[in-house]
Write a protein that binds this ligand. Structure first.
Ligand code: NDP
Length: 244
């Protein structure tokens, strides 16, 4: 078992083109790690990689497309070598009352938030340096509580929490599994909601009470910097004034 959890590690971040993923990429790069920035919007991740400079690589990838993750993993292997940290952050939150008219959105949330994280993990698992490292799964406060309109989104995050706990036991002690559960964070997440009333409510709630993506990124950077024998397995981070 390795004790070194210092700088100079290689981190793969899914959903690095905006919000929490972008902030996490910046924080890990600032902490001295090399970063692979994965997302579908190539313009965003290439601009970020250019800005970060040495040690940052942009790789277009869709977490719902296993072949694109396999191709991304091969590029990471060639350009950065073995990995130490995988941040499963890519996600969509398409809030709406549950019903058949949104079955495509249900599928998209499950395939992105839950199966996307699982696929990225099984694809990158063999690339961990000496079989050790950190898997950071970005879940949600909605992995603990499930308000109305959150049914499928909450199911993906409850699913992520259950999957993470089993994975923690299977992969210990060499790989730490760290679940981050943000509350309201000011990002683009609510912009994609198509149900007008759910979108309005979500945007009003976030406008009134939120933290910044950098607040979550700092927690992730802290968690992965702990000595190997210390695991912060589940971290709930809400704005102090948030109700639910
Ligand atoms: P953003 O919308 O800013 O970021 C979402 C990221 O996910 C984008 O980089 C997007 O990149 C990426 N993404 C979406 N679909 C795919 C896909 N199929 N393949 C690859 N990447 C994809 O929102 P946040 O930063 O807020 O969200 C990040 C995570 O944090 C999500 O898992 C979300 O559920 C979670 N979270 C957010 C909270 C909040 O209040 N903001 C609260 C709790 C949890 P691109 O479109 O370029 O592919």
């Amino acid at each position: 078992m390795r004790a070194d959890r210092g700088t100079g590690r290689v981190a793969v971040i899914t959903g690095a083109s905006s919000g929490i993923g972008e902030a996490t990429a910046r924080a890990l790069h600032a902490a001295g790690h090399r970063v692979a920035l994965l997302a579908r919007r190539g313009d965003r991740i290439h601009a970020l990689a250019d800005e970060l400079g040495s040690g940052a690589v942009a790789i277009e990838a869709d977490v719902t497309d296993r072949d694109s993750l396999i191709a991304a993993a091969e590029r990471v292997r060639q350009e950065l070598g073995p990995i130490d940290i995988l941040v499963n952050n890519a996600g969509v939150m398409l809030l709406a009352p549950f019903g058949p008219e949104r079955s495509e959105e249900h599928r998209r949330m499950v395939e992105t938030n839950l199966i996307g994280a699982m696929t990225a993990t099984e694809v990158f698992l063999e690339q961990f340096r000496d079989g050790g490292g950190d898997i950071v799964n970005v879940s949600s406060v909605a992995g603990r509580i499930a308000p109305a309109d959150f049914a499928v989104y909450a199911a993906t995050k409850w699913g992520m929490n259950g999957w993470s706990e089993s994975l923690r036991l299977e992969l210990q002690p060499d790989i730490r599994v760290i679940v981050i559960e943000p509350g309201a964070v000011a990002t683009e997440l609510t912009e994609h909601i198509t149900h007008a009333d759910s979108k309005r409510k979500a945007q009003e709630a976030t406008a009134n009470t939120h933290i910044a993506p950098e607040d979550i990124a700092e927690v992730i950077a802290f968690a992965v910097s702990r000595p190997q024998h210390v695991a912060l397995n589940e971290i709930l981070v809400r704005p102090t004034a948030q109700a639910l």
